[in-house]
Design a protein around this ligand. Structure first.
Ligand code: C5P
Ligand code: MG
Length: 191
């Protein structure tokens, strides 16, 4: 089994690289952001609450996200080689909950890939994406807030995985193919 976490600041390329990794290694892609956006599109109760956080660039409360993840994992019956978590865990509390959950399933994280991209490049990418994404959070004001939240709440997750020896920083600058090549090398070394 290959259980991967892909993380990094907003705009670092988590979603883009996840799509490529999923195809090459036959993994299941779990993007908590995508799940939330689906709920918002359906205008479900959960979606309405989630939207109030996402459009401000804030994080949806841990309990809600963990609940979504549990439901997803319980309903997931497939024969993939493992899972790639994209955009989760966003906080240390989420990382702790994930660890408990995986232990119960007798599974563990094989590697955490942290895509490193300069702040200027992140902002450029998100503003370009905002022209076509239709996302309520791809605008300058919300981008600044998201970067702030990332540094305060999400970056500490890296230390959690450093202490478990699964943390791997990867240069996230360059072409999509270059970055995918770097990630593949790391994944291949864990198989
Ligand atoms: O992962 P992604 O960048 O798609 O997430 C978009 C937004 O969804 C985040 O800025 C945040 O508001 C919300 N989110 C969250 N908790 C997560 C994942 C996403 O609150 N674990
Ligand atoms: Mg994404």
């Amino acid at each position: 089994m290959l259980n991967i976490i892909i993380c990094g600041a907003p705009g670092c390329g988590k979603g883009t690289q996840s799509d490529l990794i999923v195809k090459k290694y036959s993994l299941t892609h779990l993007s908590t952001g995508d799940l939330l956006r689906k709920e918002i599109a359906m205008k479900s109760d959960l979606g309405i609450i989630a939207d109030s956080y996402i459009s401000k660039g804030e994080l949806v409360p841990d309990a809600m996200i963990i609940d979504i993840l549990l439901k997803y994992v319980e309903n997931q019956h497939d024969d993939s080689n493992g899972i790639i978590l994209d955009g989760f865990p966003r906080t240390v509390a989420q990382a702790e909950a994930l660890e408990v959950m995986l232990k119960q399933l007798d599974k563990e994280i094989s590697v955490l890939v942290d895509l490193k991209v300069t702040e200027d490049e992140l902002i450029d990418r998100l503003l370009i994406r905002g022209k076509t994404s239709g996302r309520s959070d791809d605008n300058m004001e919300t981008i600044k807030k998201r970067l702030d939240v990332y540094h305060k709440l999400t970056e500490p997750v890296n230390d959690f995985y450093k202490s478990r020896n699964s943390y791997t920083p990867i240069d996230g600058m360059g072409t999509i193919d270059e970055i995918f090549g770097r990630i593949s090398e790391v994944i291949d070394s864990k198989r």
